[in-house]
Design a protein around this ligand. Structure first.
Ligand code: NAP
Length: 255
Protein backbone atom coordinates (compact mmCIF):
# COMPACT_ATOMS: atom_id res chain seq x y z
CA UNK A 1 0.00 0.00 0.00
CA UNK A 2 1.29 3.46 -0.83
CA UNK A 3 1.06 6.56 1.33
CA UNK A 4 -2.42 8.08 1.55
CA UNK A 5 -4.60 9.72 4.16
CA UNK A 6 -8.32 9.36 4.39
CA UNK A 7 -11.10 10.74 6.54
CA UNK A 8 -13.14 7.61 5.95
CA UNK A 9 -13.16 5.13 8.79
CA UNK A 10 -10.62 2.36 8.29
CA UNK A 11 -11.36 -1.24 9.26
CA UNK A 12 -8.95 -4.18 9.32
CA UNK A 13 -10.54 -7.63 9.16
CA UNK A 14 -8.30 -10.65 9.69
CA UNK A 15 -9.00 -13.78 7.65
CA UNK A 16 -11.15 -11.76 5.26
CA UNK A 17 -10.35 -13.51 1.99
CA UNK A 18 -13.38 -15.79 2.47
CA UNK A 19 -16.21 -16.79 4.78
CA UNK A 20 -17.58 -14.55 7.51
CA UNK A 21 -14.57 -12.20 7.39
CA UNK A 22 -15.17 -11.51 3.73
CA UNK A 23 -18.85 -10.91 4.41
CA UNK A 24 -17.91 -8.42 7.13
CA UNK A 25 -15.53 -6.64 4.73
CA UNK A 26 -18.26 -6.40 2.09
CA UNK A 27 -20.80 -5.00 4.53
CA UNK A 28 -18.43 -2.49 6.15
CA UNK A 29 -17.35 -1.31 2.69
CA UNK A 30 -21.01 -0.93 1.69
CA UNK A 31 -21.42 1.30 4.77
CA UNK A 32 -18.65 3.54 3.42
CA UNK A 33 -15.65 2.33 5.41
CA UNK A 34 -12.27 1.73 3.87
CA UNK A 35 -11.69 -1.96 4.44
CA UNK A 36 -8.33 -3.65 4.71
CA UNK A 37 -8.59 -7.34 3.98
CA UNK A 38 -6.11 -9.35 6.01
CA UNK A 39 -5.20 -12.62 4.28
CA UNK A 40 -2.32 -14.99 4.72
CA UNK A 41 -2.29 -15.65 0.97
CA UNK A 42 -1.67 -12.28 -0.76
CA UNK A 43 -3.24 -13.38 -4.03
CA UNK A 44 -6.49 -14.50 -2.42
CA UNK A 45 -6.49 -11.31 -0.33
CA UNK A 46 -6.09 -9.19 -3.46
CA UNK A 47 -8.88 -11.14 -5.23
CA UNK A 48 -11.25 -10.42 -2.33
CA UNK A 49 -10.25 -6.73 -2.26
CA UNK A 50 -10.78 -6.47 -6.03
CA UNK A 51 -14.27 -7.96 -5.66
CA UNK A 52 -15.17 -5.40 -2.98
CA UNK A 53 -13.84 -2.60 -5.20
CA UNK A 54 -15.83 -3.95 -8.15
CA UNK A 55 -18.95 -3.61 -5.99
CA UNK A 56 -18.10 0.06 -5.40
CA UNK A 57 -16.26 -0.22 -2.08
CA UNK A 58 -12.84 1.04 -1.02
CA UNK A 59 -10.78 -2.05 -0.26
CA UNK A 60 -7.12 -2.95 0.08
CA UNK A 61 -5.40 -6.22 0.86
CA UNK A 62 -2.62 -6.81 3.35
CA UNK A 63 -0.66 -10.00 3.92
CA UNK A 64 -1.42 -11.10 7.46
CA UNK A 65 -0.94 -14.50 9.06
CA UNK A 66 -1.98 -13.98 12.67
CA UNK A 67 0.54 -16.64 13.81
CA UNK A 68 3.44 -14.96 12.01
CA UNK A 69 4.71 -11.93 13.91
CA UNK A 70 6.63 -10.57 10.92
CA UNK A 71 3.44 -10.30 8.86
CA UNK A 72 1.57 -8.84 11.84
CA UNK A 73 4.25 -6.14 12.23
CA UNK A 74 4.29 -5.59 8.46
CA UNK A 75 0.52 -5.12 8.35
CA UNK A 76 0.65 -2.57 11.19
CA UNK A 77 3.41 -0.68 9.38
CA UNK A 78 1.42 -0.58 6.15
CA UNK A 79 -1.64 0.74 7.97
CA UNK A 80 0.53 3.34 9.68
CA UNK A 81 2.10 4.46 6.40
CA UNK A 82 -1.15 4.63 4.48
CA UNK A 83 -3.77 5.75 7.01
CA UNK A 84 -1.94 6.71 10.22
CA UNK A 85 -4.71 5.15 12.30
CA UNK A 86 -7.22 2.30 12.58
CA UNK A 87 -10.88 2.73 13.57
CA UNK A 88 -12.10 -0.87 13.59
CA UNK A 89 -10.25 -4.13 14.17
CA UNK A 90 -12.17 -7.36 13.54
CA UNK A 91 -10.29 -10.37 14.87
CA UNK A 92 -12.04 -12.90 12.64
CA UNK A 93 -9.29 -15.31 11.52
CA UNK A 94 -9.84 -18.67 13.13
CA UNK A 95 -9.48 -22.39 12.61
CA UNK A 96 -11.58 -25.30 13.81
CA UNK A 97 -8.58 -27.62 14.11
CA UNK A 98 -10.43 -30.48 12.46
CA UNK A 99 -9.92 -30.04 8.75
CA UNK A 100 -13.21 -30.04 6.91
CA UNK A 101 -15.14 -31.46 9.87
CA UNK A 102 -17.31 -29.08 11.85
CA UNK A 103 -15.83 -28.58 15.35
CA UNK A 104 -19.25 -29.64 16.64
CA UNK A 105 -18.83 -33.10 15.07
CA UNK A 106 -15.08 -33.52 15.49
CA UNK A 107 -14.23 -36.75 17.28
CA UNK A 108 -10.55 -35.77 17.22
CA UNK A 109 -11.25 -32.92 19.68
CA UNK A 110 -12.58 -35.18 22.47
CA UNK A 111 -10.40 -34.24 25.47
CA UNK A 112 -9.29 -37.72 26.61
CA UNK A 113 -7.74 -38.60 23.26
CA UNK A 114 -6.95 -35.24 21.70
CA UNK A 115 -3.66 -34.52 19.91
CA UNK A 116 -1.98 -31.82 21.97
CA UNK A 117 -0.27 -30.40 18.89
CA UNK A 118 -3.70 -29.76 17.37
CA UNK A 119 -4.85 -28.01 20.54
CA UNK A 120 -1.72 -25.84 20.44
CA UNK A 121 -2.28 -24.95 16.79
CA UNK A 122 -5.89 -23.94 17.46
CA UNK A 123 -4.91 -21.77 20.41
CA UNK A 124 -2.03 -20.28 18.40
CA UNK A 125 -4.48 -18.94 15.81
CA UNK A 126 -7.70 -18.37 17.76
CA UNK A 127 -6.18 -16.93 20.95
CA UNK A 128 -2.49 -15.97 20.75
CA UNK A 129 -2.96 -14.63 17.21
CA UNK A 130 -5.62 -12.27 18.51
CA UNK A 131 -3.30 -10.93 21.22
CA UNK A 132 -0.52 -10.50 18.67
CA UNK A 133 -2.68 -8.61 16.16
CA UNK A 134 -4.53 -6.52 18.74
CA UNK A 135 -1.34 -5.37 20.43
CA UNK A 136 0.30 -4.51 17.12
CA UNK A 137 -2.76 -2.42 16.15
CA UNK A 138 -3.31 -0.69 19.51
CA UNK A 139 -1.12 2.35 18.74
CA UNK A 140 -3.16 2.88 15.55
CA UNK A 141 -6.50 2.29 17.31
CA UNK A 142 -5.57 4.87 19.95
CA UNK A 143 -5.41 7.49 17.18
CA UNK A 144 -9.03 6.86 16.16
CA UNK A 145 -11.77 9.11 17.53
CA UNK A 146 -14.04 6.05 18.02
CA UNK A 147 -12.04 2.82 18.08
CA UNK A 148 -13.77 -0.57 18.20
CA UNK A 149 -12.45 -4.12 18.41
CA UNK A 150 -14.67 -7.11 17.60
CA UNK A 151 -13.49 -10.62 18.44
CA UNK A 152 -15.29 -13.33 16.49
CA UNK A 153 -16.05 -16.01 19.05
CA UNK A 154 -18.77 -18.67 19.00
CA UNK A 155 -21.71 -20.02 20.97
CA UNK A 156 -19.31 -22.95 21.59
CA UNK A 157 -17.34 -20.54 23.82
CA UNK A 158 -20.18 -20.25 26.30
CA UNK A 159 -19.55 -22.27 29.46
CA UNK A 160 -23.21 -21.78 30.38
CA UNK A 161 -24.52 -23.20 27.09
CA UNK A 162 -21.96 -26.00 26.69
CA UNK A 163 -22.35 -27.24 30.29
CA UNK A 164 -26.15 -27.39 30.09
CA UNK A 165 -26.86 -31.09 29.57
CA UNK A 166 -30.47 -30.40 28.61
CA UNK A 167 -29.89 -27.33 26.46
CA UNK A 168 -29.63 -26.81 22.71
CA UNK A 169 -25.88 -27.55 22.70
CA UNK A 170 -26.12 -30.83 24.64
CA UNK A 171 -25.53 -32.89 21.49
CA UNK A 172 -22.17 -31.26 20.74
CA UNK A 173 -19.20 -33.55 21.19
CA UNK A 174 -16.81 -32.57 24.01
CA UNK A 175 -13.96 -30.44 22.64
CA UNK A 176 -10.53 -29.73 24.07
CA UNK A 177 -9.53 -27.42 21.23
CA UNK A 178 -12.02 -25.20 19.40
CA UNK A 179 -14.54 -24.64 22.18
CA UNK A 180 -11.96 -23.81 24.91
CA UNK A 181 -10.05 -21.60 22.46
CA UNK A 182 -13.17 -19.52 21.92
CA UNK A 183 -13.87 -19.46 25.69
CA UNK A 184 -10.36 -18.06 26.11
CA UNK A 185 -11.11 -15.49 23.42
CA UNK A 186 -14.25 -14.24 25.17
CA UNK A 187 -12.30 -14.15 28.46
CA UNK A 188 -9.60 -12.09 26.74
CA UNK A 189 -12.28 -9.77 25.39
CA UNK A 190 -13.35 -8.96 28.95
CA UNK A 191 -9.77 -8.27 30.01
CA UNK A 192 -8.97 -6.05 27.00
CA UNK A 193 -12.22 -4.15 27.56
CA UNK A 194 -11.25 -3.60 31.19
CA UNK A 195 -7.87 -2.20 30.20
CA UNK A 196 -9.01 -0.11 27.23
CA UNK A 197 -12.27 1.33 28.58
CA UNK A 198 -10.43 4.41 29.85
CA UNK A 199 -9.11 5.05 26.32
CA UNK A 200 -12.60 4.85 24.81
CA UNK A 201 -11.80 1.63 22.92
CA UNK A 202 -14.86 -0.64 22.82
CA UNK A 203 -13.99 -4.34 22.80
CA UNK A 204 -16.69 -6.97 22.34
CA UNK A 205 -17.01 -10.63 21.39
CA UNK A 206 -19.61 -11.98 18.99
CA UNK A 207 -21.16 -15.34 18.20
CA UNK A 208 -22.14 -15.26 14.51
CA UNK A 209 -24.29 -18.40 14.68
CA UNK A 210 -23.90 -21.55 12.57
CA UNK A 211 -22.83 -20.11 9.22
CA UNK A 212 -22.38 -21.89 5.89
CA UNK A 213 -18.58 -21.70 5.36
CA UNK A 214 -15.56 -23.90 4.66
CA UNK A 215 -14.90 -24.16 8.41
CA UNK A 216 -17.87 -26.51 8.90
CA UNK A 217 -17.84 -28.06 5.44
CA UNK A 218 -20.83 -25.89 4.53
CA UNK A 219 -23.17 -27.49 7.03
CA UNK A 220 -24.14 -24.15 8.61
CA UNK A 221 -27.70 -22.90 8.05
CA UNK A 222 -27.02 -19.14 8.07
CA UNK A 223 -25.65 -17.29 5.07
CA UNK A 224 -22.33 -15.47 5.37
CA UNK A 225 -24.22 -12.18 5.17
CA UNK A 226 -26.45 -13.21 8.08
CA UNK A 227 -23.46 -14.34 10.15
CA UNK A 228 -21.56 -11.14 9.40
CA UNK A 229 -24.43 -8.89 10.50
CA UNK A 230 -23.77 -9.07 14.24
CA UNK A 231 -20.05 -8.46 13.67
CA UNK A 232 -20.89 -5.36 11.64
CA UNK A 233 -23.26 -4.13 14.33
CA UNK A 234 -20.53 -4.32 16.99
CA UNK A 235 -17.98 -2.83 14.57
CA UNK A 236 -20.19 0.24 14.07
CA UNK A 237 -21.18 0.95 17.67
CA UNK A 238 -21.49 4.53 18.76
CA UNK A 239 -19.07 5.83 21.39
CA UNK A 240 -21.70 5.13 24.07
CA UNK A 241 -21.98 1.47 23.02
CA UNK A 242 -21.25 -1.51 25.26
CA UNK A 243 -17.79 -2.88 25.92
CA UNK A 244 -16.65 -6.19 27.40
CA UNK A 245 -19.81 -7.94 26.18
CA UNK A 246 -20.60 -11.11 24.24
CA UNK A 247 -23.39 -10.82 21.69
CA UNK A 248 -25.24 -12.75 18.99
CA UNK A 249 -27.94 -11.41 16.69
CA UNK A 250 -30.45 -12.35 19.38
CA UNK A 251 -28.72 -10.30 22.10
CA UNK A 252 -26.25 -11.08 24.91
CA UNK A 253 -24.79 -14.61 24.97
CA UNK A 254 -24.31 -16.11 28.44
CA UNK A 255 -20.62 -16.51 29.42
P1 NAP B 1 -13.49 -19.88 6.97
O1 NAP B 1 -14.41 -19.68 5.82
O2 NAP B 1 -12.68 -21.12 7.08
O3 NAP B 1 -12.57 -18.58 7.09
C1 NAP B 1 -11.56 -18.52 8.03
C2 NAP B 1 -10.63 -17.40 7.63
O4 NAP B 1 -9.58 -17.32 8.61
C3 NAP B 1 -9.95 -17.65 6.29
O5 NAP B 1 -9.78 -16.43 5.62
C4 NAP B 1 -8.61 -18.22 6.70
O6 NAP B 1 -7.59 -18.03 5.75
C5 NAP B 1 -8.35 -17.35 7.91
N1 NAP B 1 -7.25 -17.85 8.73
C6 NAP B 1 -7.10 -19.06 9.31
N2 NAP B 1 -5.92 -19.11 9.95
C7 NAP B 1 -5.34 -17.91 9.77
C8 NAP B 1 -4.11 -17.34 10.16
N3 NAP B 1 -3.20 -18.03 10.87
N4 NAP B 1 -3.83 -16.07 9.82
C9 NAP B 1 -4.72 -15.35 9.09
N5 NAP B 1 -5.88 -15.84 8.64
C10 NAP B 1 -6.18 -17.11 8.99
O7 NAP B 1 -14.30 -19.86 8.36
P2 NAP B 1 -15.47 -18.93 8.93
O8 NAP B 1 -16.56 -19.83 9.32
O9 NAP B 1 -15.69 -17.77 8.05
O10 NAP B 1 -14.77 -18.44 10.29
C11 NAP B 1 -14.49 -17.09 10.58
C12 NAP B 1 -14.52 -16.94 12.11
O11 NAP B 1 -15.86 -17.22 12.57
C13 NAP B 1 -13.61 -17.94 12.82
O12 NAP B 1 -13.00 -17.30 13.92
C14 NAP B 1 -14.58 -19.00 13.31
O13 NAP B 1 -14.11 -19.69 14.44
C15 NAP B 1 -15.79 -18.14 13.64
N6 NAP B 1 -17.06 -18.85 13.72
C16 NAP B 1 -17.58 -19.47 12.63
C17 NAP B 1 -18.80 -20.11 12.77
C18 NAP B 1 -19.47 -20.78 11.60
O14 NAP B 1 -20.54 -21.40 11.79
N7 NAP B 1 -18.94 -20.71 10.39
C19 NAP B 1 -19.48 -20.15 14.01
C20 NAP B 1 -18.90 -19.51 15.08
C21 NAP B 1 -17.69 -18.85 14.94
P3 NAP B 1 -7.25 -19.17 4.64
O15 NAP B 1 -8.25 -18.97 3.53
O16 NAP B 1 -5.84 -18.82 4.24
O17 NAP B 1 -7.37 -20.50 5.31
Amino acid sequence: MSEENTRQEVALITGANKGIGRGVAEQLAALGMTVVIGARDPLRGEDAAAAVRAAGGDAHAVTLDVTDRATVRGAAQQLEDRFGRLDVLVNNAGISGSGQVSPQDAHDQVPGSVDLDMVRAVFETNVFGVISVTNAMLPLLRRSPAPRVVNVSSHAASLTLTSDLDGPFAALLPSAAYSPSKSALTALTVQYAKELRKDGILVNAVAPGFVDTDSNNHTGFLTVAQGAAVVVRLATLGADGPTGGFFSEEGPVPW
